[in-house]
Structures are given as C-alpha cells and as structure tokens.
Design a protein around this ligand. Structure first.
Ligand code: ADP
Ligand code: MG
Length: 285
C-alpha cells in the first residue's frame, strides 16, 4: 500500500519539513525530513495504523518503547513521535541514509579481514549494550543495519526493533520470529531462548561479510532449518582459503548450535581476531 505522506502531517508539519522517500517497510514508508528550527535532517517512519493487525500495533509500540530506552551510537535513536486523529503514527529517527549493510556487502562482494573485524566490533559493542539493557533484538540481519556514511563502513546503526523484546518478558511459548536465514537453532527447536539468539544472527552476518554469501541456504525452509539446527555449514576452500584461522574460529564461536557454548557479544569483543584488528592503526583499516 502507499501511505499518504501528508496524513500525519498536521503536527509533524509544524516541526519538520518532509523530503524524499528513503525506503519502504512491510507497513511503513520512511522519508527524510528537516527540523524547521535547527535545519537538522532526520528520517521519519510513517505508519498508517488503521491498516495494521493487532499484533503489528503491539510490535510498533514495542519498537517505540524499546528503541527510546536504548541510548547508544550504534542504535538509531528515536527523537519524536506524532499520532494524528486519522490513525497515522510518525516516528522521527536519526538519519542513516547511506544504504544498508546488505547493499554494501553486495557492492564490495566481500570484505577484507580488517574492515570486517571493524564492522563486527561495532556491531558486537552495540548488541552487547542492547543485551545489558535486558533487550533482545531478534531480527538482526544486514538489511536492518543502516549505514550513515559512504566512506566509513563502521558508522552503522541497528534499526527495526519491531521484533525486539525485554528478556524478562520472553516466555517458552513465545512466537517464532526473525528471518529464516538468520534465525538461531533454539528458536527453530521451540526451546526457551534469550539474548544468545542475536549472537547467532551476528555469526551469519560475519560469515556473509567475509565470504560474500550466506552460510545456510536451501530450496525449502524445512531443509534450511534442518541445516541450521545441525550447524551444517562449511568454509568452502574456493572462497575461504585465504581467510585466517582466527576469523574462522570467531565465526565458529558464534555459529555454535548450543546457546550455552556460544560466546556472548561481550566476550566476542575480546576474541583474538577482533583484538588484533582493533589494535591495528586506523589508516590500515
Ligand atoms: P519496517 O519495520 O516496516 O520493515 P524499517 O524500519 O525496516 O521498516 O524501514 C524500512 C526502510 O526504510 C529501510 O529498509 C531503510 O531503507 C529505510 N529506513 C528506515 N529507517 C531509516 C533511517 N533511520 N534512516 C534512513 N533510512 C531508513
Ligand atoms: Mg525492516
């Protein structure tokens, strides 16, 4: 559907001037906007809540509530929220208009180790912060990681907290969620789970950064899930022969099917592969 960009304008328009469309989500249109007072640019996500099912309204409320209680440079901050009488909600967020990590991987084919380690360090630091705040994102994938700058691959913002939840609110019969290629084995198996599901998804991101393709793919979702549960992936010699032993060990620590054995985001920040590259001079990255 095409949301009417003027529908939430009555109050939004007083403070912000609407610009070009940046993107489109399942239930939203995202536009650039400029604060009339300061001239600063933002992104505004417009959602026509009349078209949403109850579950989607719950997810939007969660997104607003959880994003606004996380303050971290790696998370797209929420600045303003407008509702109008017709049921439109406008969520004013930090702007990250240099595309997403998915496009960047496709453009580069794959990343060299030093820049990949810098990207992973930024993501791990962000996710460790989210976990410390008692929140699990549950839909980490390159499409939900936005780039701020064309020149700096590490200036990234984690976005789309529509599936996020407080860890304390997770129940054993919680809905299965996430995106099939990135979903953790414990979610597929219907087991109780926690923040470690995000580390699994980050492992899939790390593999894609260094290899240029996803570790798990299959013609059907059933076959895909079977290979995820068995952690049935490998480092094909054709693409991985020149990748260091430390980088492969780093990925194995994340793509560990037993969540209790899987390293935490905070521990992975001290993994030798991250530590070695973090110590390298910035000019070499
Ligand atoms: P949905 O929750 O409906 O999937 P998203 O939050 O993923 O919506 O946003 C949809 C698209 O809008 C994104 O893929 C991206 O292209 C663009 N977008 C979202 N947030 C921003 C932002 N803060 N800055 C720039 N573009 C954004
Ligand atoms: Mg999205």
């Amino acid at each position: 559907w095409e949301a009417d960009p003027t529908c939430a304008n009555c109050s939004l328009d007083t403070h912000y001037a609407l610009g070009r469309r940046l993107g489109k989500g399942a239930f939203s249109q995202v536009y650039e906007c400029t604060c009339r007072d300061t001239g600063r640019k933002f992104a505004v996500k417009m959602v026509d809540t009349r078209r949403l099912r109850t579950a989607d309204i719950v997810s939007l409320r969660r997104e607003v509530a959880l994003t606004s209680c996380i303050e971290h440079p790696g998370v797209c901050a929420v600045f303003d929220l407008f509702h109008d009488a017709s049921g439109c909600t406008a969520l004013v967020q930090e702007l990250a208009s240099a595309g997403d990590l998915f496009d960047r991987i496709q453009k580069r084919t794959c990343f060299m180790e030093a820049p990949a380690a810098a990207v992973m360090a930024r993501l791990l630091e962000t996710v460790a912060h989210v976990h410390t705040a008692g929140i699990v994102h549950r839909d980490i994938k390159p499409e939900n990681i936005l780039c701020v700058s064309d020149s700096d691959d590490t200036d990234l913002k984690l976005t789309d907290f529509g599936f996020a939840k407080r860890v304390a609110d997770l129940t054993t019969c919680d809905e299965a969620c996430g995106t099939p290629q990135y979903v953790a084995p414990e979610i597929i198996l219907g087991q109780p789970y926690g923040t470690q599901v995000d580390v699994w998804s980050l492992g899939v991101v790390a593999y894609a950064l260094l290899g240029g393709y996803a570790p798990f793919h299959a013609a059907s979702v059933q076959t895909l899930f079977r290979s995820i549960v068995r952690a049935d992936y490998c480092f094909h010699a054709k693409f991985w022969a020149h990748v260091s032993v430390e980088a492969k060990h780093f990925i194995r620590c994340m793509l560990q099917p037993d969540p209790a054995q899987r390293w935490t985001a905070a521990a992975l920040l001290h993994h030798p592969w991250i530590a070695v590259h973090a110590a390298a001079p910035a000019a070499l990255l």
